[in-house]
Design a protein around this ligand. Structure first.
Ligand SMILES: Cc1cc2nc3c(=O)[nH]c(=O)nc-3n(C[C@H](O)[C@H](O)[C@H](O)COP(=O)(O)OP(=O)(O)OC[C@H]3O[C@@H](n4cnc5c(N)ncnc54)[C@H](O)[C@@H]3O)c2cc1C
Length: 337
């Protein structure tokens, strides 16, 4: 690991200034980084994937570790809330079940005890070429995405190219489905970003990054609004190892039912299949006004995967994800179809 300076600010403003005033970096991955639970950042530093000269410890900042109602039946989640706290919160389990399910599906109890919500959203991709120190792939400033023609069983089938990473966070698809936004503080001020606009495709923005955060910006909280569908939400994740694993494919679904079990509103976001949480508005629109039946679920699942372009070794993700879409919609609506 490259030597680095460790600083522990007491406020978010001080942290942002410390990120901004760090020595200029030759490469984006040499830039100063905030650290929360360290469950991802330290691994990338040990493998020389990131090489920050300054690491800004967020854990000493007070007030970022609470889950609070927002006064309108929504939820404010501090960026330093741990995955274990999210999973165990009675309010989250009752009013936002998909969020508790997603948190529970992540890694191991030990990692959930340390990993934070902010760090989970900002964790780096798991593609094994990206994680291999010796492989200088597109995302590390090289000229080629080795997954495009290589061992791509775990890579993207939607929205890929020129890099085919998949977004690793399990919380992200759920938070996008629930219409959440993130509050961000930088050295030059604050802003609020809808989570749906937070993550960036490799084909847009900076291919070396996965979101719109500037180097000196820190997520301070995640705001989840009240909605008619949050309480009828679920997260289904398919992983190879039951004990701990990232999603091969996952689905966050939320459904608001009207009279006679017709769909008033549906939200469907796919995980593990695209470089960003992949919302499928066409499938959502198709369900609006329909009575949920096996045919309607199958129609929505087909539309959700429309446009999928599997690579050489990951065509299995198409039927797998279609099945998860059908099952997640049925579960969220309380139907046994
Ligand atoms: C074995 C293993 C299995 C895992 N399985 C899963 C899984 O199944 N599903 C899943 O979703 N995740 C999984 N993870 C990832 C894990 O959930 C994340 O590593 C963890 O949540 C990161 O949180 P952290 O607080 O430790 O972040 P850190 O490691 O401290 O930071 C991660 C990144 O986020 C940035 N960051 C941290 N906090 C902020 C902030 N407030 N604002 C801006 N940037 C910030 C850091 O600079 C860094 O780039 C796994 C990890 C391991 C090691």
């Amino acid at each position: 690991m490259k030597a680095f300076e460790w600083v522990s600010p007491a406020s978010v403003g001080e942290a942002a200034n410390l990120l901004k005033s760090a020595p200029a970096a030759k490469d984006v991955d040499d830039a100063a980084r905030p650290i929360a639970g360290g469950q991802d950042l330290l691994t990338t530093m040990k493998d020389y994937i990131t090489r920050p000269a300054r690491v800004v410890n967020l854990k000493g900042i007070r007030g970022l570790d609470r889950i609070e109602p927002d006064g309108r039946k929504g939820l404010r989640i501090g960026a330093l809330v741990t995955l274990a706290e999210l999973e165990e919160s009675a309010e989250v389990r009752r009013d936002f079940p998909a969020l508790a399910e997603a948190a529970h599906s992540i890694a191991t109890p030990q990692i959930r005890n340390l990993g934070t919500v902010g760090g989970n959203l900002c964790q780096r991709p798991r593609c094994w070429y990206y994680r291999l120190e010796e492989a200088v792939c597109l995302k590390k400033g090289g000229s080629e995405c080795f997954a495009a023609t290589g061992e791509n069983k775990y890579n993207a089938i939607l929205g890929g190219g020129p890099s085919y990473i998949v977004h690793p966070s399990d919380l992200a698809p759920v938070l996008v489905a629930l219409g959440a936004s993130v509050a961000v503080t930088g050295a030059d001020g604050k802003r609020t970003i809808p989570l749906e606009k937070f993550f960036t495709l490799p084909s847009e923005g900076n291919i070396r990054r996965e979101n719109v955060l500037r180097n000196d910006e820190i997520i301070t909280e995640i705001d989840v609004p009240a909605s008619g569908f949050a309480a009828h939400s679920t997260y289904l994740k398919f992983k190879e190892r039951d004990s701990l694993d990232f999603a091969l494919a996952s689905v966050a679904a939320a459904v608001e039912l009207g009279p006679e079990k017709t769909v008033k509103q549906a939200r469907i976001v796919l995980g593990g299949v695209a470089p960003i949480p992949w919302r499928v508005p066409k499938a959502e629109g198709y369900l609006a006004g329909k009575t949920l039946s096996a045919d309607a679920l199958a129609g929505a699942a087909r539309l959700a995967l429309e446009g999928a372009e599997p690579l050489g070794k990951n065509a299995y993700k198409v039927p797998l994800t279609e099945t998860l879409v059908r099952r997640a919609l049925a579960k969220a609506s309380g139907l046994s179809v």
